[in-house]
Design a protein around this ligand. Structure first.
Ligand code: PLP
Length: 386
């Protein structure tokens, strides 16, 4: 009975009604292994006892107070994010796209304050995905996302992956900011090499361009470090995070370097819902878990997944490339990726197919060794049968 739901998604017919850890149960009681995690969101899996307890308690206390008032959880999460990202101050949002919108406004305001009101443009990379509102869509290169909604905001230059000459030219044209997704999630789990990310940092410094990392999908612990940038020794000026931040509730954040903390003044930006006591309570549970061993567990499970995928790739020529790190993985196939994704689903493993030829794995951080082994078994059997 979905005739009143606008068809922006092609939805599977299965109806999931409950879950436990990395397992989901459909309405008929069949169990599935969830290696998509609600698209990188369900970091603590389903039915996580500490999360359930904290949110039940919070629902009894207070759900929402608005940003006209202080709340201790808002401030505590901001402080923890500043420490974990090695940056300084936070603006909360309700989603990834809103975090990127905020970063765009922040970059323009900062350039204006520095005496460069003409620096309003942006540079972004081909294959990147930054969201679907008009601003963040303007930074998303893919024609299928953009074309129906043209004209988008002017002054955006796209640079090919790895094309340092084009990047340098684009930055010398004095944009406000460069947006980089260190691992392009929608773009097929494509990871920019360390040298590229470090050179981008240097070119931004040389040209006075703000460097924004969009870690909405790859950040918040998914790669085994809190930020993916930390693997590469790069510190962005601004980082946006969202998907797993409140372990299933809508929440995003923009975290900025110390020099940017005074860029916005009261009235410049806002959000009715963002950063309230309910979502920040959830984020505190996730951050507590990450700091009490979950981040190490992501590293360990990621390594087990990696080793298993390598074994499969060595035996199955249909696998042309393995991508990603930690618990963000891509299995690139030489053919039939959408069919493989459907067959995996029929065999009880939830994944998705991105960028046409990549099977994307984004399991919950709480995934067990047995879950990883089972997922690998299903993948191997499915590829053998294709
Ligand atoms: C999903 C995603 C977004 C958009 O986030 P929403 O919460 O869907 O608005 C932005 N950037 C990246 C890298 C994403 O993966």
């Amino acid at each position: 009975m979905d005739e009143h739901v606008i068809r922006t998604y092609v939805r599977q017919p299965e109806v999931f009604v409950a879950g436990n850890g990395a397992r989901l149960l459909d309405v008929e009681g069949r169990e599935w292994l969830d290696f998509l995690g609600g698209i990188a969101v369900s970091a603590l899996g389903h039915g996580h006892p500490r999360l359930v307890e904290a949110l039940s308690d919070q629902a009894r206390k207070v759900l929402h107070v608005s940003n006209l008032f202080r709340h201790p959880y808002t401030e505590e999460v901001a402080g923890r994010l500043a420490r974990l990202t090695e940056l300084d101050a936070v603006f909360f949002t309700n989603s990834g796209t809103e975090a990127n919108e905020c970063a765009m406004k922040l970059a323009r305001k900062r350039q204006r304050m520095l005496g460069h009101p003409d620096r309003t443009g942006f540079v972004a990379l081909e294959g990147g995905f930054h969201g679907r509102t008009l601003g963040s869509l303007s930074l998303t290169a893919g024609a299928k996302y953009r074309d129906p909604f043209a004209p988008l905001i002017p002054g955006v230059t796209f640079v090919g992956r790895g094309d340092l000459d084009a990047l340098e030219r684009a930055l010398r044209a004095r944009p406000a900011a460069l947006f980089v997704e260190p691992i392009q999630g929608e773009g097929g789990i494509y990871e920019h090499p360390t040298a590229f990310l470090q050179t981008a940092r240097r070119l931004c410094d040389e040209t006075g361009t703000l460097l924004v990392h969009d870690e909405v999908q790859c950040g918040t612990g998914r790669t085994g470090r809190f930020l993916c940038a930390q693997h590469h020794g790069v510190r962005p000026d601004i980082v946006t995070i969202a998907k797993p931040l409140a372990a299933g509730l809508p929440m995003g954040a923009v975290v900025v370097a110390p020099e940017l903390r005074e860029t916005f003044v009261p009235g410049d930006h806002g959000s009715t819902f963002a950063g309230g006591p309910f979502v920040t309570r959830a984020a505190l549970v996730l951050l507590d878990e990450l700091e009490n061993g979950l981040l190490d567990q992501v590293v360990a499970r990621g390594a087990r997944l990696d080793a298993g995928l390598r074994r499969i790739a060595a035996e199955r020529p249909i696998v042309t490339e393995l991508r990603g790190r930690g618990l963000i993985r891509g299995v690139r196939l030489g053919r039939n990726a959408p069919d493989v994704q459907k067959a995996l689903f029929a065999n009880g493993l939830i994944t998705n197919c991105t960028s046409g030829d990549v099977i994307r794995l984004l399991p919950p951080y709480v995934v067990t060794e047995a879950d990883v082994d089972r997922a690998l078994e299903i993948l191997d059997a499915t590829l053998a049968a294709i």
